[in-house]
Design a protein around this ligand. Structure first.
Ligand code: MN
Ligand code: MN
Length: 298
């Protein structure tokens, strides 16, 4: 296998950061989530990159995994707290970063600031040999200083080829996990803070899927869709919306059911805060170095 090319990874991360910066001007009250999602995804594609996963636009108590469907008419509203989580991809080099955009005219500014400060504080701890629970403890401590609660069942992760969420889990609190970061590891750290219970739960709504494993579908239309997924999305997450842009909606949904039935499709249900609390997020991607880290996304 070819040697891992950190320069390629840096380019992917830079494109991801630029898309995140673009989203700051794209997210405006009165605009639809659909037009903004497609604008951000086009921004990444126009730079010559694929998407590591569909842009997540998660508002208020929705913590993650929301991306609009084809006929989504929902609109950004004044008062919304908007998480944008995205990543560009080239080959198996993956970006992953997120910000929270405040449409609440300052009402939730403190929580957003706390998440950003928690991420900064965590960043200063990243180095080979650092235990993941120490990073979690730092995020929890900054959260509490501002009077917020870290979301305990969401967190950072290692980013490996073909797998966005690989091996290690980097908690947003001290969970006692003594796993150590290793030199050369690519990781993301993502404090999620809330004024709710501090846990997220899955909903029935699923817009994002990921194929793993092979299947020979019974229906020719499904076979065609499987070939399309294998060619365009490989084993990376994709949006139902993307399929519906290329195929008849009924056939696309039927194909998804068949693949789910065949056990070759992972679902990413929309996650909401357990008690309906507001959720904010900040996320960056890093390379773990011997004594510190390289921050890949800004
Ligand atoms: Mn992310
Ligand atoms: Mn992530």
């Amino acid at each position: 296998m070819a040697e891992y090319n950190f320069e390629e990874l840096k380019k992917v991360a830079k494109a991801s950061s630029e898309a995140l910066e673009h989203s700051r001007s794209a997210v405006k009250d009165g605009r639809t989530l659909l037009e903004v999602a497609e604008e951000i995804e086009s921004f990444i594609k126009n730079k010559g990159y694929a998407l590591a996963f569909p842009v997540n636009i998660s508002i208020n108590e929705i913590a993650a995994h929301y991306t609009p469907g084809c006929d989504d008419t929902s609109v950004f509203e004044k008062g919304d707290v908007v998480k944008i989580d995205l990543g560009a991809r080239k080959g198996f080099y993956l970006g992953d970063c997120a910000i929270t955009i405040d449409l609440s005219e300052g009402k939730h500014e403190k929580m957003i600031h706390a998440a950003e400060e928690a991420l900064e504080a965590a960043t200063s701890l990243v180095k080979a040999g650092r235990r993941v629970c120490e990073i979690g403890r730092e995020i929890e401590s900054v959260s509490k200083k501002y009077g917020f609660i870290p979301v305990k069942n969401l967190g950072g992760h290692c980013i490996e080829e073909e797998e966005l969420h690989a091996s290690i889990f980097i908690p947003n609190y001290d969970n006692g996990d003594q796993t150590m970061l290793e030199e050369g590891q690519i990781i993301s750290i993502e404090p999620f803070l809330t004024n709710g219970a501090g846990f997220v739960k899955e909903t029935e709504n699923v817009e994002i899927f990921q194929k793993g494993g092979d299947i020979r579908p019974r229906l020719p239309a499904t076979r065609e869709i499987v070939e399309y997924i294998d060619k365009n999305y490989l084993t990376y997450p994709f949006a139902m919306r993307w399929l519906e842009r290329s195929f008849d909606g009924f056939k696309a949904r039927r194909a998804i059911s068949e693949l789910l039935g065949g056990g070759v499709l992972e679902e990413f249900p929309v996650l909401v805060e357990e008690k309906g609390g507001i959720v904010v997020q900040a996320e960056k991607e890093f390379i773990v170095e011997k004594d510190s880290c390289t921050v890949l996304t800004h």
